[in-house]
Write a protein that binds this ligand. Structure first.
Ligand code: DC
Length: 234
């Protein structure tokens, strides 16, 4: 029986950083579902299709092959066998992935793929609709949030460190646009699951958030183990 932690939240709320750190500290395997949408967006762009060209886009869905492999401490993302780990992080792909992730057929395929990737492993899965759609019966659901200005500041810092030429105001505008896009999808919109625990990361250090999430995981694992023992003894 697998143990599943679902982590949802808007762009820049700290999902990637926190789940990667939890992987190191607990042994749960981290799955970044955003990477699947990014891969598909890259495939669409490579074919020269506009993200609004639904007819052609849907044809690409049939033969897409996405794999995420863990090498050392790094995830390597493979699209049709090719390493695209860095290529899926450009602003062009970020924008295209936001747009194609609103198409319901694309979501259905990505959700199917994400469930297959998890199989019966013990995982921490991050995205937008994990606790609501992908794994509605997850053992623990966390909704990470932070003020949009704090999230923009974090992204801005990442971009500058990567040497990108962008202003803080442009990043803030991008974040606000992505929030609107994420929250108003017809299917798989970003929203807190009723049974999710909200963690506001605005004024917390990474370590504080990781340690509090880790404590929640350990408590849930103990609870599940205890229930399993009680059930087998019955
Ligand atoms: O988390 P991210 O920024 O890498 O995600 C890229 C895009 O994919 C983002 O615009 C939202 C979308 N996405 C989604 O719709 N559902 C998910 N479970 C994960 C990401």
């Amino acid at each position: 029986m697998s143990f599943i932690v679902a982590v949802d939240g808007p762009a820049g709320s700290g999902k990637g950083t926190i789940t990667k750190e939890i992987e190191k500290r607990t042994g749960l395997i981290n799955l970044d579902t955003g990477a699947t949408y990014r891969c598909f967006a890259l495939e669409v762009l490579k074919h020269g299709y506009a993200p609004s060209d639904t007819k052609n886009i849907l044809k690409l869905l049939e033969n897409i092959d996405i794999k995420i492999e863990n090498e050392g401490n790094e995830d390597v993302v493979l699209l049709n066998g090719k390493d695209v780990t860095d290529e899926i992080r450009t602003t062009e792909v970020t924008e295209a992935s936001a747009l194609i992730s609103t198409i319901k057929e694309v979501r259905a395929k990505m959700v199917e793929l994400q469930r297959k990737m998890v199989g019966n492993k013990n995982v921490i899965v991050e995205g937008r609709d994990i606790g609501t759609v992908v794994f509605p019966h997850a053992d623990l659901k966390i909704y990470l949030d932070a003020d949009d200005e704090v999230r923009a500041q974090r992204r801005y810092k990442e971009y500058i460190e990567k040497g990108m030429n962008i202003t803080y105001d442009e990043v803030l505008e991008q974040i606000r646009w992505r929030d609107e896009n994420d929250k108003h999808k017809e299917v798989g919109a970003l929203k807190k699951a009723d049974d999710a625990i909200v963690v506001d990361t605005s004024n917390k250090s990474i370590d504080e958030v990781v340690e509090s999430v880790k404590a929640m995981i350990e408590e849930k694992m103990k609870e599940k183990e205890k229930n399993n023992v009680e059930n087998t003894e019955r």
